[in-house]
Design a protein around this ligand. Sequence first.
Ligand SMILES: [Zn+2]
Length: 244
Amino acid sequence: MARFGLWMVVGVLLALLLGGITTMLLPRLTGDSSIVDSASSTIEASGAETDADDPALPDDVLLGHFPYDEALDSTLEPLTADGSIRLRESAAERMIELLEAARRDNIQLELLSGFRSVEDQTTIFFDRKAERRQRAVERASVSAPPGYSEHHTGYAIDVGDAREPDTHLIEAFEDTDAFEWMEENAARFGFELSFPRNNPQGVSYEPWHWRFVGDRHSLETFYKSRNIRPELPDRPLVPPSERP
Ligand SMILES: [Zn+2]
């Protein structure tokens, strides 16, 4: 009997240990990539849990992302000849000026993704078959659950360095001339980085993802996400009880 009790204790300890390890190994939320594989079936549950635990984020936030309305087709302007990349008119105008300014400074920016409908996002986010057929770059461009992507607004754009396509949509983009140029100049055209390192939303760092905040409507659109208390720590990877 005593031996049985001992094994019970060992078993419980093991379970606790494994539980702790699992928690620590849980993938960090990424804005643009890794949640696609693992989280699509459990977003609802885990999102509700994490957000309820985080007093600083409003109730309607899912996995650190805010809900956004989809821009109407009539408000969008094409930025590429084939019309595949579009932004709201105000943002598109400023983006064209930005691209020209960059070119004058010998920087070749490449536009990778602009407006995405909720339907686009649903397909990319949930369709596993489609996922397998997608190139890595396309998969990585998925940033948020459907309904929660800044790309829905028509104000968000992913940019890359045309001379360094290997860095498209990955963190290494921050080492390119294009990123350096954006950091120094994007604000002049009304663009800002949505998810800087350690952003209070807890979305992973995305040096390629910029949003337009250069007019009243865009500012209103992003008001909530721009006004989370900046002193918040990074989203916890371990439960509060286990934090030092
Ligand atoms: Zn993006």
